[in-house]
Every structure is written in structure tokens, then in C-alpha cells.
Design a protein around this ligand. Structure first.
Ligand SMILES: Cc1cc2nc3c(=O)[nH]c(=O)nc-3n(C[C@H](O)[C@H](O)[C@H](O)COP(=O)(O)O)c2cc1C
Length: 173
């Protein structure tokens, strides 16, 4: 049994990024567990003074889930030319714990533009030693025009998502 742990950088109900994660979840076979993390909003603001072996409970839970994952998938929009604060906050709590270190990771930035957040995320994931490859990295711009009524309607986007997901699965086989 393999375990994929995913995080959305958007907390918005009906979020395009959440729709993408639900779509990828629907693609997995029976021998794979695909979790969409629902605790982003419950992670307290990063505090280096609390960043130790006994962190806040929600942070400890997040670190356990990350350490148990065979692969991690992050899907995020861009806000104000950067990474959404809630997602960056989650990532800051993983610097000292090394939760991403050497872990197969995929990054999807799905946004109106998204170039800035995408570039920043690649740097951040590099800093925390996530195992990211060009095949597990995807920028989808104009995302709202590619989804209709909760369905990804753009064929190229569906295809690119399939390629990325299979590349991620290959790394954990
Ligand atoms: C506060 C705010 C700031 C935003 N800033 C950007 C931005 O700088 N670049 C961009 O590509 N999209 C920006 N957007 C648009 C988002 O990309 C768009 O709303 C996207 O659909 C959000 O992802 P979601 O559908 O998963 O919630 C912004 C949206 C909000 C609400």
C-alpha cells in the first residue's frame, strides 16, 4: 500500500486547486491511499520558539502525516504575486523537522497567472530538500477557464495532470 499526502494552498470552497486534487484522487488504484489534508487552516502561525520536538498538536499531526507519506503533492494558487500565506506557514513548520527531505514531491501551481508562486515554490521545496523533478512540476495558468462546474474541461490540462501524476507514481514504485 502506497500513501500520497496532498495539500491545497487554497482554502476557498469550490477551489480550483481542490478540484484538481479531487480529480487526481479519483485516478488512484486500490493499492494507493490519497489523502487531501484538511488542516491547513488549523496550523498556528509559525513560531521558531515553538519549533522543537514538542510543537503544537496540529503541527505534530501534520509532521507525522508527512513522514508517513510515500509522496507529497502540493497544488496551489498564487496570491499577491506570491505563495498563499497559509501554505507558506505550513511549509515553514517543516524546515527544522525535515519532513520533505528526500521525499518524492509534485508541485502544481494552478492560478490566473501563477508564475511567481510557482518559481517561489520550486525554491522553497529545494530549500527543504523535497525530491521534485521537471516531470512532477506543473504550472497551469488561467485555471478558472479550464474548469466548469467542478469538471476539468480543458483536454490539455487533463493530459498534463495525467503525465505529472504518473511521473509521481513511478518515483514511489
Ligand atoms: C487575494 C487574491 C490575490 C490574488 N493574486 C493573484 C496573483 O497575484 N496571481 C495570480 O495568478 N492569481 C491571483 N489571484 C487569483 C487566483 O489565482 C484565483 O482566484 C484562483 O482561482 C485561486 O485558486 P482557487 O480557485 O483554488 O481558490 C488572487 C486571488 C485572490 C483572492
Amino acid at each position: 500500500m502506497k500513501n500520497i499526502f496532498s495539500i491545497s494552498g487554497s482554502l476557498r470552497p469550490g477551489s480550483s486547486n481542490h478540484i484538481i486534487l479531487e480529480y487526481l484522487k479519483s485516478m488512484v488504484s486500490e493499492n494507493i491511499t490519497f489523502t487531501i489534508y484538511d488542516g491547513v487552516a488549523c496550523i498556528p502561525a509559525f513560531d521558531p520558539g515553538l519549533d522543537n520536538d514538542d510543537p503544537p498538536k496540529t503541527v505534530a499531526g501534520l509532521r507525522t502525516q508527512l513522514s508517513e507519506a510515500d509522496a507529497i503533492l502540493i497544488c496551489t494558487p498564487e496570491y499577491a504575486f506570491g505563495v498563499p500565506g497559509a501554505l507558506k506557514n505550513v511549509l515553514d513548520w517543516t524546515v527544522s523537522s525535515g519532513s520533505f527531505s528526500g521525499k518524492a514531491t509534485a508541485l502544481i501551481t494552478a492560478s490566473t497567472g501563477g508564475e511567481n508562486a510557482h518559481a517561489a515554490m520550486i525554491k522553497i521545496l529545494g530549500a527543504i530538500d523535497a525530491k521534485l523533478t521537471p516531470e512532477t512540476t506543473l504550472l497551469i495558468s488561467f485555471i478558472r477557464t479550464k474548469i466548469n462546474d467542478g469538471i476539468i474541461t480543458d483536454k490539455q490540462t487533463v493530459e498534463k495532470l495525467g503525465h505529472l501524476f504518473h511521473a509521481l507514481l513511478r518515483t514511489i514504485k
